[in-house]
Ligand binder design. Structure first.
Ligand code: ZN
Length: 151
């Protein structure tokens, strides 16, 4: 149970991350097939060794992720599991507070520190071992920028 004096809570499903071998090959299903529109050109995040494109759908987004390195995290994921859902991203209103609370509860985070990704958005990942097998990305919601970011 969340204590009333605790700050920081989840506010929306920000996006689902989908690992694909090739954005170019995967994209037509979503654009031509489902009528979605990419939020921009594919964008590279060198620190994560991925290229990604965001597809807004309703109040949330799909994030197609393609590896830019043979040993990058997305390449390794596809090697192990094949293409598919890679992570679930939840927006929280106060990332520092949520991260501190999770650490206090002994939840395993993939990195110790909050990272900054595409478009300057801040995020952490909760390790699947602490989240029922789901890689859980927590991104900080920013007022008036519900559909901004990536990573
Ligand atoms: Zn993501």
């Amino acid at each position: 149970m969340l204590e009333p004096d605790n700050e920081g809570r989840a506010v929306s499903l920000d996006h689902l991350g989908i690992a694909v071998k090739s954005i170019a090959a995967a994209l037509p299903l979503y654009t031509e097939g489902l009528g979605l529109e990419a939020a921009g050109e594919p964008e590279e995040v060198p620190s994560e060794r991925v290229r990604l494109v965001m597809l807004p759908v309703g109040s949330t987004r799909l994030e197609l992720l393609e590896s830019t390195a043979a040993d990058g995290p997305i390449a390794r994921f596809i090697e192990r599991f094949g293409e598919g859902i890679h992570h679930v991203a939840v927006a929280v209103d106060d990332l520092e507070a949520v991260a501190a609370r999770l650490r206090g509860r002994g939840v395993r985070l993939v990195y110790d520190e909050i990272r900054v990704g595409a478009g300057g958005h801040r995020f952490i990942f909760v390790h699947p071992k602490s989240a029922g097998g789901v890689l859980l990305e927590l991104v900080e919601a920013r007022a008036g920028e519900a559909n901004h970011g990536g990573g």
